[in-house]
Design a protein around this ligand. Structure first.
Ligand code: NAD
Length: 397
C-alpha cells in the first residue's frame, strides 16, 4: 500500500512504517551522540512506551544507558489495506533497533489500566529481569475503565469555574481565530482525575511492590505540565490541571511507599511539545508554534528525545534532580525562562492570521505533527509500496 497522511482535525489516521522507523532511528542517534549515561538505569519499565514522551524515555534508557526495557502501550496493528497506528510501527522499530544493539526489549499491547495487563507485565519482569530499577509512567488517554467496578471514566479538556475565551490555531489552515470553551460541569473534574490523575500510577506501583519486583533504590516518574499563565485556564487550572494535582498527591504517597526500598517517586514537568496528546488541547498548539520559534531562534529548542535524555542524564542519574519548591523535577526550565516567556507573551498579544507566519513556527509545528506519524522524514520513499501489516517481534513470539 502507498501511504499518505490523512489528517482529520487534530489527528492523522494513517501512519508510515518506514517513516516511523526513521523517526525512531533519528531519536536513537540523538541519544547515542551524547555518549553513555553514567550510572544510568539498567532495567526499565515504561508504561505508555509507544509514542511521545514515553517512547523517548524508552529510547533514552535503552540507547543512553544500555538498559533492558519492557514497554506497555495500546496500539492498533495494521491490516493489508489499513496502516497500523504510529505507536505500533514505533514499537516494532524500537525492538528491531534494540535487537541489533544486543539489548533486551519486550513489549505489551493492551490496556495498561487493567489488572490483566499489570499481571502479565509483572510476570514478564519476574521471569526475564527479576526486578526493575526505573518505572516511567507516561500514559495519555481520553478514557479509563476502572479495573474494579468496570465504570468507564472520560477525561475532558475544560476550564474550571467559568468559560474561557482565547486565541486558537487551526493547525490545518494556519488561521488564528478565537475559541470559547465552556467550563466543566457535573462530574467532569472527577472523571478527568480518574483518567489522568494518579490512581492508576498508584495501582501499578502497589502491584509492582507487592510482587517484589522493584529493586532497591528504584525510581518512578510520571509526567506533568504547567506552562505560562495564558494557557492556565485550559491547562494548569483546568480539568487536566486538577488531574495533574492528583498526580502530585500520589507522588508524595509513593515516596512513602518506596521509602523502605530507599526508592523515590517523581513528577517531572516537561516542555510543551507536539505529541498526539497535546495536539488535542485547544489553545496549546498556537502557544507551541510561538514557543518553537522563540526557542529555535535562541538555540534552546528540544524535542521529546532531548528532554528525556536530559531528564535521565542530568537529573535522575547524576544525583542532581534540582527539584522545585513542590519537589517536582523541571525539565521545562528552558521553556519557562523569563526571556523566552516575555517574547512569547508579547507575540501572543499581537498574533493573528496575517502575521502568524512571521511570529510563529507553523512549518515547524506541522512538520513535527507529521513526523509523529512517520511522514516527512528524509530518506524515506513515500511513493514506494509498503507492507502495512507488519508485526512487533516480541508480540509475535
Ligand atoms: P502520547 O499520546 O504521545 O502517548 C501516550 C501513550 O500512552 C502511548 O504510548 C499510548 O499507546 C499509551 N496509552 C494510552 N492509553 C493506554 C492504555 N489504556 N493502555 C496502555 N497504553 C496506553 O502522549 P504524550 O504527550 O507523550 O503524554 C505522555 C505524558 O506526558 C502525559 O502524562 C502528558 O500529560 C505528559 N506531558 C505531555 C506534554 C506535551 O506537551 N506533550 C508536556 C508535559 C507533560
Amino acid at each position: 500500500m502507498i501511504i499518505a497522511p490523512k489528517i482529520r482535525g487534530f489527528i492523522c489516521t494513517t501512519a508510515h512504517p518506514e517513516g516511523c522507523a526513521k523517526h525512531v532511528a533519528e531519536q536513537i542517534a540523538v541519544v547515542k551522540s551524547r555518549g553513555l549515561i553514567e550510572n544510568g538505569p539498567k532495567r526499565v519499565l515504561v508504561i505508555g512506551s509507544s509514542t511521545g514522551y514515553g517512547l523517548s524515555s524508552r529510547i533514552a534508557a535503552a540507547f543512553g544507558a544500555n538498559a533492558a526495557t519492557i514497554g506497555v502501550a495500546f496500539e492498533r496493528p495494521g491490516e493489508a489495506d489499513r496502516p497500523a497506528t504510529a505507536g505500533w510501527y514505533n514499537t516494532r522499530a524500537f525492538e528491531q533497533e534494540a535487537a541489533a544493539a544486543g539489548l533486551y526489549a519486550r513489549s505489551f499491547n493492551g490496556d495498561a489500566f487493567s489488572d490483566a495487563v499489570k499481571k502479565e507485565v509483572i510476570d514478564a519482569v519476574k521471569a526475564d529481569l527479576g526486578q526493575v530499577d526505573l518505572v516511567i509512567y507516561s500514559l495519555a488517554s481520553p478514557r479509563r475503565t476502572d479495573p474494579k467496578t468496570g465504570e468507564v471514566y472520560k477525561s475532558v479538556l475544560k476550564p474550571v469555574g467559568e468559560s474561557y475565551t482565547n486565541k486558537n490555531l487551526n493547525t490545518t489552515t494556519g488561521v488564528v481565530n478565537e475559541i470559547t470553551i465552556e467550563p466543566a460541569e457535573g462530574d467532569d473534574i472527577c472523571q478527568t482525575i480518574a483518567v489522568m490523575g494518579g490512581e492508576d500510577w498508584e495501582l501499578w506501583t502497589d502491584a509492582l511492590l507487592e510482587a517484589g519486583v522493584l529493586a532497591e533504590g528504584c525510581q518512578t516518574v510520571a509526567y506533568s505540565y504547567i506552562g505560562p499563565s495564558m494557557t492556565w485556564p485550559i491547562y494548569k487550572n483546568g480539568t487536566i490541571g486538577k488531574a495533574k494535582e492528583d498526580l502530585e498527591r500520589v507522588q508524595r504517597l509513593l515516596d512513602e511507599k518506596l521509602a523502605p526500598l530507599h526508592g523515590k517517586a517523581w513528577v517531572s514537568v516537561n516542555k510543551a511539545l507536539v505529541t498526539q496528546a497535546s495536539s488535542a488541547i485547544p489553545v496549546v498548539p498556537l502557544y507551541i508554534s510561538l514557543l518553537y520559534k522563540v526557542m529555535k531562534d535562541e538555540g534552546t529548542h528540544e524535542d521529546t528525545i532531548e528532554q528525556m535524555d536530559r531528564l535521565l542524564r542530568d537529573r535522575l542519574y547524576k544525583g542532581n534532580p534540582q527539584p522545585d519548591e513542590a519537589g517536582r523535577i523541571r525539565v521545562d526550565d528552558w521553556e519557562m525562562k523569563p526571556q523566552v516567556q516575555d517574547i512569547v507573551a508579547e507575540r501572543w498579544a499581537q498574533v493573528d492570521t496575517e502575521n502568524f507566519q512571521q511570529l510563529g513556527d507553523f512549518a515547524g509545528y506541522q512538520s513535527s505533527f507529521l513526523r509523529l506519524f512517520g511522514f516527512g522524514l528524509a530518506g524515506v520513499d513515500y511513493s514506494a509500496d509498503t507492507d502495512t501489516a507488519v508485526g512487533i517481534p516480541s508480540l509475535d513470539k
